[in-house]
Design a protein around this ligand. Structure first.
Ligand code: FES
Length: 225
């Protein structure tokens, strides 16, 4: 004959009174190791949360950089130094003065490996040379944006159409990304992505038998972007 189950005795053995409530005490010792799978899941969820934020942070950073560049390009184009410092170089013939019979006559040349242009201007600018009331200036033709070669454009309408800049005289233009530099403002960048002005070439005059000629004698260091 089977003896009746004595629950009171059984619960007493577990150390808890039998009041009819199910026993939910975990069968795990308090100092047992935690579930390693659960902790890996938590770390994975935290990592995923950061991975989702990453594109947002990158987009925000790119946006801030774009705003900074746009402000730089549109509002903070650098002014040419009013008293340029030239690095001396060997005197090199540019052209006889007779080649500059009219305002805006130009001569291209290479000085110390740098493509350059000399032009007769309607008036003085910082770094220009005056000879008998006429004004001459020379500039590097290397665009300060990304290094393409600029050229003198005399057509104000073409500059307005192609470069989106309304000029009141000939300008140096760069076809690569449409920067414009003003020769009558000492080569300052006035439109497009270039920020820095064109470096200037120092001009001097020397006698040359029948007449006089322009010579290059120094180069303004290229600006740091
Ligand atoms: S290289 Fe001249 S505008 Fe870019």
């Amino acid at each position: 004959m089977t003896a009746p189950r004595d629950d009171a005795t059984n619960d007493a053995t577990n150390g808890a009174p039998n009041d009819g409530t199910p026993d939910v005490t975990p069968d795990v010792a308090p100092d047992a190791p935690r579930d390693p799978e659960g902790s890996v899941d938590t770390e994975r969820r935290a990592l995923n949360a950061w991975l989702w934020r990453l594109p947002v942070l990158l987009a925000a950073g790119a946006g801030a950089w774009g705003v900074f560049q746009a402000a730089n390009v549109h509002f903070f184009k650098r002014r040419p130094d009013p008293t340029p410092t030239f690095v001396d170089g060997p005197p090199q013939l540019v052209a006889p003065l007779a080649r500059f019979g009219a305002v805006w006559d130009e001569v291209t040349f290479v000085y110390q490996g740098v493509p350059a242009i000399a032009v007769r201007l309607p008036g003085p600018v910082a770094g220009s040379r005056e000879v008998d009331g006429r004004h001459y200036a020379a500039y590097s033709r290397v665009c300060t944006h990304l290094g393409c070669v600029v050229a003198l454009n005399r057509d104000a309408e073409a500059i307005a159409f192609a470069f989106n800049y309304r000029a009141d005289g000939p300008q140096f233009v760069c076809r690569c990304h449409l920067s414009v530099f003003d020769p009558t403002r000492a080569g300052r960048a006035v439109a497009g992505p270039a920020i820095q002005p064109l470096p200037r070439v120092r001009l001097d005059v020397r006698d040359a038998g029948e007449g006089r000629e322009l010579v290059a004698t120094g180069l303004e260091p290229a600006p740091e972007s």
